[in-house]
Design a binder for this molecule. Structure first.
Ligand code: C2E
Ligand code: MN
Length: 406
């Protein structure tokens, strides 16, 4: 299958242009052998390359390209399939945009094309070339430093520790994970994550429960969550708990149950956030928003969890605006390398800014993911990079320090 990949990258510091020419010569040979063709545009700082050919060869060559140390911040913009090659003449041609008159440069690039049709019709690949040549997207090219320019140092001095004796009469337990603002070195909130008494996952805890049993178990578990949060002496910190949205709809008096448990455990509603998973919300939106109105009237904050993972994301947001949106790990994963993920997250950020909704990124594992998200404007993060979930306790947060500052 004829496959096309387009990526953008940044030339590394101290890489002379001659070394790029050497790379082009080597690539030309390799691409010819693999029946891969394309074009490489360079504007003095950035590359934009289109490679096309048999799927397996294109993927293999792209992997090879990603390992080349002469460029960095490599972002895959397009991976698509088509009937014919656009640039079929050569294994690899370097096109230095600086050598051409800016008025005519796009046409000169297009003149290199070999396809009769795609260069004329509304072709996505062609549009990427046009946008790069006209540099209209430049403000979205975030140049992030290498992963090893930061070290993450656990803050052992923090007072949160394990609970000496968690309530072992309860049929559930909780792990806690902080959500942090790394630059401010501040814990924004601590999330209680359901576990079996032995530390098993929420799925294991809920396994075998159906319908109202499930909702009742979920709601009841919050009694333990608030008791443990209170025993952890989180002080004025916010506490977040997850709840199936239908628990609020199906169980009479669920909101009062939550308010009572919050009060019994010495917490105040304003420091509590309830996180709902979006795909379950949309099915009975009217009843759900009614229950949420009660929560909000009592002072409790509401977050939409796993935003972007379900079907209802944008429609739900049109109908109901929470205090916070938590972006799903699947969108966060390798965001620094993926054009589509970057575009989606930037759109979410813009949307939440217009609606004054706080955003956090969940499941951040890599320094590059965090740095890209910070550059895009996200300041609140949860993930193993900073602190993993810990059963009956809160792990010390590993705050980032720039190596040069140490
Ligand atoms: P969530 O609310 O998005 O919670 C974050 C999940 O991601 C947690 O998994 C956490 O351990 C995991 N995680 C945190 N940092 C990282 C990371 O850097 N990488 C990766 N790969 N994972 C990370 P956990 O505890 O297994 O919870 C899974 C989901 O189960 C939660 O996702 C939440 O939606 C649900 N859940 C947890 N507690 C409850 C609860 O009390 N009630 C209900 N209904 N659902 C719950
Ligand atoms: Mn959650």
């Amino acid at each position: 299958m004829l496959t096309t990949i387009i990526y953008r990258s940044h030339i590394c510091k101290n890489v002379p242009f001659e070394s790029v020419m050497d790379m082009v010569a080597a690539a030309k040979l390799r691409n010819d052998q693999a029946d891969v063709t394309g074009i490489l545009l360079f504007n003095g700082t950035h590359f934009l390359q289109l490679i096309e050919g048999p799927e397996e060869s294109v993927l293999k060559i792209y992997q090879h390209i990603c390992q080349d140390e002469r460029h960095c911040n490599i972002v895959e913009l397009l991976c698509d399939h088509g009937p014919t090659r656009r640039f079929g003449k050569t294994g690899m041609e370097l096109f230095d945009l600086r050598e051409h008159d800016s008025e005519r440069v796009l046409q000169t690039v297009l003149d290199k094309g070999t396809s009769k049709y795609q260069l004329i019709y509304n072709d996505r690949a062609l549009k990427f070339l046009r946008t790069f040549v006209s540099a209209t997207e430049k403000e979205n090219y975030f140049e992030i430093p290498p992963a090893d320019s930061w070290v993450f140092i656990p803050d052992e001095g923090e007072s949160h520790t394990n609970l000496a004796a968690p309530d072992n009469t309860a049929d559930c337990c909780f792990a806690f994970q902080p959500m942090v603002d790394p630059f401010a070195q501040e814990i924004i909130s601590t999330e209680a994550l359901l576990r079996t008494p032995g530390g098993g996952s929420p799925e294991i805890y809920f396994a075998g429960l159906t319908g109202n049993e499930l909702y009742q178990a979920d709601l009841n578990s919050k009694k333990v969550a608030f008791a443990m949060a209170s025993a952890l002496k989180l002080g004025k910190h916010s506490v977040s708990v997850n709840l199936l949205p239908m628990a609020l709809v199906m169980i009479p008096d669920a909101v009062n149950f939550l308010l009572r448990e919050i009060q019994i455990n010495g917490l105040v509603p304003e420091q509590v956030t309830i996180e709902f998973t979006e795909c379950e919300v949309i099915s009975r939106i009217d009843e759900f928003t009614d229950a949420v109105r009660q929560l909000k009237s009592a002072g409790i904050n509401v977050a939409i969890d796993h935003f972007g993972a379900g079907f209802g994301g944008l429609l739900l947001l049109a109908q109901f605006q929470p205090d916070r949106i938590k972006i799903n790990r699947e969108l966060i994963k390798d965001v620094h390398k993926s054009g589509p993920r970057q575009a989606i997250i930037q759109a979410i950020i813009k949307c939440c800014a217009s609606l004054e909704i706080a955003i956090s990124a969940v499941g951040v594992e890599k320094p590059e993911e965090w740095m890209w998200l910070e550059s895009a404007g996200i300041t609140h993060f949860q993930g193993n990079l900073f602190a993993s979930a810990r059963l009956s306790g809160v792990a010390a947060v590993a705050w980032p320090e720039r190596k040069a500052d140490l």
